[in-house]
Design a protein around this ligand. Structure first.
Ligand SMILES: [Cu+2]
Length: 490
């Protein structure tokens, strides 16, 4: 009997076996579906659980359905689904459908009015998945100084929304979820440098950021807190401890990579191979070009085809030696090859979104909104406070920063007056990059974009999904300390 994907899901088979080609058997997946003809198509249970990252590294955290990553949810574009979410923890939760154009009561953010999933309670939601492509779901509660909450724990899972027609230019799909564990605070951080291209900085932003920082330090404040981690994983396993990705010479593997980190920017390289980037944040790109390194901001996704043309045993890993040695990697093993995985450091490579874009001029916006982001060093008990146009977001005063009109095309001109890279996210809408650090582009559709230190970036979106809409930096420490704003329209 031939079963289609949906029938397999109903039997609970696909959820347990298909999500992560490497190491599928290692997942202690409970079925994500209730048996029989229950009214909900999917059941997700939020509860404390254990993740065995590797020998001697078993961590206790909060999980979806007892596993990390959460189960891969495969939806079909345009086919309505009902999801029942149980919360077996002691605190209210929010499950955010990242990258989907859902209404505010489904979105999964208290800031736009989604009801909480009560502690030891449940919530049933129905929505029509879309747009097609690689999305994800994650916790959207404020963690603040509590590094066990929000996205610091294990509440991250991938979503794949099947398009009506498949591209088919690959032999196999492999989903990879990058995630750190065991967070801790330090004064100052080690954000990677030379990540983004073009590298052009805006002098006025640099001057403003520098002088604010100097004034803060001169007043006796130390550098604000940053988060670091001691364990790193791909698909919930330390490098070398899960099943390898087993490939054959000549195969084309379509990797769907999700940066599920709460705070970090990640890179990936595979010696002897290049990545042909075909999708960013689940959306096909106008120019699918080859690159030697992927750079992926918090909450971003990259879909890339790798042609398996260099037989051997390789480490697919982060270019940061320390992070890779602490687990951020996965072994790629060709059939007939054994041995220790080989890592070869790639040359430094800057990630330029415009390489994947079109040179055609983007559509003209109806209105441009200027947004300037700034850091108030160590202003809240040692934590940096973040502002958008001088205002730090708080639920005590959640008034929208902008009132929009339905159907209009808006351009956000974003200016970063800090030296940090910010992965900027807009809920419930996709946006189009129109200018990156002075370089025009079009056709790259995303829902998170990295804005470089002291850089400027422009993106457009059409107000086509009414209601409160959250806009924020996806870096948990930044969003939790003010880097958020609301738009609203009817
Ligand atoms: Cu940020």
């Amino acid at each position: 009997m031939a079963l289609d994907r949906r029938e397999l899901l109903k039997l609970g088979l696909l959820s347990a076996l298909a999500p992560y080609a490497p190491g599928a058997a290692s997942h202690t997946a409970r079925t994500i579906l209730q048996a029989g003809n229950d009214r909900s198509d999917y059941t997700i249970r939020i509860a404390p659980g254990l993740v065995e990252l590797g020998p001697g590294h078993i961590i206790s955290t909060t999980l979806y359905n007892g596993q990390f990553p959460g189960p891969l949810l495969r939806f079909t574009e345009g086919t309505p689904v009902t999801v029942e979410i149980h919360n077996d923890t002691d605190t209210p939760e929010q499950l955010h459908w990242h990258g989907q154009s859902v209404p505010p009561d489904v979105d999964g953010a208290a800031e736009v009015g989604t009801p909480f999933i009560p502690a030891h309670g449940s919530r049933r939601i129905s929505f029509t998945p879309g747009p097609a492509g690689f999305r994800f779901y994650h916790s959207h509660v404020r963690a603040g100084a509590d590094l066990s909450k929000g996205q610091y724990g294990g509440l991250v899972g991938p979503v794949y929304i099947e398009p009506k027609h498949h591209a088919g230019d690959y032999d196999r799909e492999v989903f990879l979820v990058l995630k750190e564990f065991q967070p801790g605070l330090s004064r100052g951080g080690d954000m990677p440098m030379n990540v983004l291209g073009p590298a052009a900085k805006v002098k006025a932003l640099e001057d403003a950021g520098d002088s604010a920082m100097k004034a803060s330090l001169a007043s006796g404040k130390a550098h604000g807190f940053e988060v670091g981690y001691s364990l790193f994983s791909i698909n919930g396993r330390l490098a070398g401890h899960g099943e390898p990705i087993r490939v054959r010479h000549g195969q084309r593997i379509l990797f769907h990579v999700l940066n599920g980190s709460a705070t970090e920017i990640r890179s990936l390289a595979l010696a002897g191979h290049t990545f042909r980037v075909v999708g960013l944040d689940g959306n096909p790109v106008p120019a699918p070009v080859r690159v030697p390194v992927l750079w992926i901001g918090t909450g971003e996704r990259v879909s890339a085809v790798v042609e398996m043309a260099t037989p051997g045993v390789w480490m697919l890993g982060d270019t940061a030696d320390d992070d890779r040695r602490h687990g951020m990697g996965i072994v790629v093993e060709y059939a007939g090859h054994k041995g220790k995985p080989v890592w070869l450091a790639p040359k430094p490579f800057r990630w330029d979104y415009t390489r994947f874009g079109s040179t055609q001029a983007p559509a003209t916006p109806d209105e441009t909104i200027d947004l300037t982001f700034a850091k108030d060093n160590a202003a809240a008990d040692g934590f940096n406070v973040w502002t958008i146009n001088g205002r730090s977001f708080s639920m005590d005063d959640p008034a929208p920063i902008g009132r929009l009109q339905r159907g209009r095309r808006y351009r956000l001109r974003m200016r970063n007056a800090s030296d940090d890279i910010h992965p900027i996210h807009l809920h419930r809408h996709s946006f189009e990059l129109t200018k990156v650090a002075g370089k025009p582009t079009s056709g790259v559709l995303k829902d998170v974009v990295m804005l470089g230190g002291y850089q400027q970036l422009e993106l457009d979106f059409v107000a086509n999904n009414p209601g409160l809409t959250l806009f924020h930096c996806h870096q948990q420490l930044h969003m939790d300390f003010g880097f958020m704003a609301l738009f609203d329209y009817e």
